[in-house]
Design a protein around this ligand. Structure first.
Ligand code: PMP
Length: 364
């Protein structure tokens, strides 16, 4: 047998993105990957059944390569034109395409830390030059430092993950007026926020807004995201896109979901009510420092019975919860995130299970 070829140096050193645990058995209270605690609109399953037909014959055929009906519906939903929209196999697909389109060893990709930890992985795959800008503990947007960055592409999780902190549009505009590159507002969680950056698209060609059906629209399992941007940006990204990047069932499902605005307004409102109640319990009830959240998760600093906080305390809480079959997320690799846990907002019943588990952890 012949030997395998030597891996490329940047591939050899690459650390893949670590997704949150997706247990295959049931019985978990799953608050670790920011999925929606409610099912999608009933119109989604209907649309999938319609697309499949009696015998699934439609599956013989490739999907619409440009997701054209979905692009048009997304454009109409946001008051934009279909040329302003690209649809991806999850917003991760579009992040990958943006990095491939704009970044290389001489064209920097910028991002904030903490932020969505996929960004540095994608930039490393592209052998891109990078610039990371650190938040302080207050998590205020470092407007001037981002504005001064010479990154060709700047990826900004807005509202931020994993902290949940939202950024006012005036601050985003401060960045957009000065930035030399394309600024991507990764708005995976914006449907849960008081404000979003879509209205800024009309005034700033250098803004792109990234959205997903995975969180607010309860379709994480189907993988659909979209990018809103200037038609020139969309045309460039389209050159790199896999021709059939969004499958037939996902296109039909996302289209049906988009058509049921009342259903999703209710889902988002319920998640926000549960979130705000859970925030008050953490802050007033337990006295735990917790960032105010504009998302469907809470970033909180567990305090043990002795009043101690820190990375070891957070890990102990994580492990205790896991033993009680409650999954949350711990980001141990950065000083600003290591003392915290990120807890997805579940149903009120799931949050009650979490509360009980935290009560008993604090007593031990
Ligand atoms: N951006 C952020 C900030 C996220 O948290 C996630 C989900 N992990 C994504 C993008 C990707 O979402 P998806 O690929 O499911 O659309």
């Amino acid at each position: 047998m012949r030997d395998l070829p030597e891996p490329l140096p940047h591939v050899q050193g690459l650390h893949a993105y670590t997704p949150g645990l997706q247990p295959t058995e049931s019985g978990w209270v799953k608050l670790n990957t920011n999925e929606c605690p409610y099912p999608p609109s009933p119109r989604v399953a209907e649309a999938i059944r319609r697309e499949l037909g009696e015998d699934g014959a439609s599956l013989r055929l490739y999907p619409d390569p440009t997701s054209s009906a979905l692009r048009a519906a997304i454009a109409a939903h946001h008051g934009l034109k279909p040329e302003n929209v690209c649809v991806g196999n999850g917003s991760d697909d579009l992040l990958n395409l943006l990095v491939r389109t704009y970044c290389d060893p001489d064209a920097k990709g910028g991002y904030t830390v903490p932020g969505y930890s996929l960004y540095p992985v994608l930039l490393a795959m592209q052998r891109s030059a990078t610039e990371s800008i650190e938040f302080g503990r207050d998590m205020r947007l470092p407007v001037d430092r981002i504005a001064e960055s010479d990154a060709r592409l700047f990826l900004l999780t807005s509202p931020n993950a994993p902290t949940g902190v939202g950024f006012p549009n005036v601050e985003l505009e401060g960045i957009l007026k000065a930035a030399s590159g394309l600024v991507v507002a990764d708005e995976a969680y914006a449907p849960f926020a008081d404000q979003d950056a879509v209205p800024l698209l009309a005034r700033h060609r250098n803004l792109a807004v990234l959205r997903t059906f995975s969180k607010s629209h309860a379709l994480a399992g189907l993988r659909v995201g979209y990018l809103l941007a200037d038609p020139e940006v969309i045309a460039l990204v389209d050159r790199f896109r896999d021709s059939y990047n969004v499958n037939r069932l996902s296109q039909a499902a996302a289209l049906a979901a988009l058509g049921d605005e009342a259903y999703y307004a209710d889902v988002v409102a319920r998640v926000r009510v549960t979130r705000d109640a859970a925030y008050r319990r953490l802050v007033d009830g337990r006295g735990w420092f917790t960032y105010p959240s504009q998302t469907n998760f809470l970033f909180t600093e567990p305090r043990n019975a002795a009043g101690k906080t820190g990375p070891d305390i957070a890990r102990a809480a994580l492990e205790y919860l896991q033993a009680k079959r409650v999954l949350v997320r711990h980001f141990a690799s950065h000083v600003l995130t290591a003392p915290f846990l990120r807890i997805t907002v579940g149903t009120p019943a799931e949050m009650a299970v979490l509360d009980q588990a935290l009560d008993s952890w604090q007593k031990e």
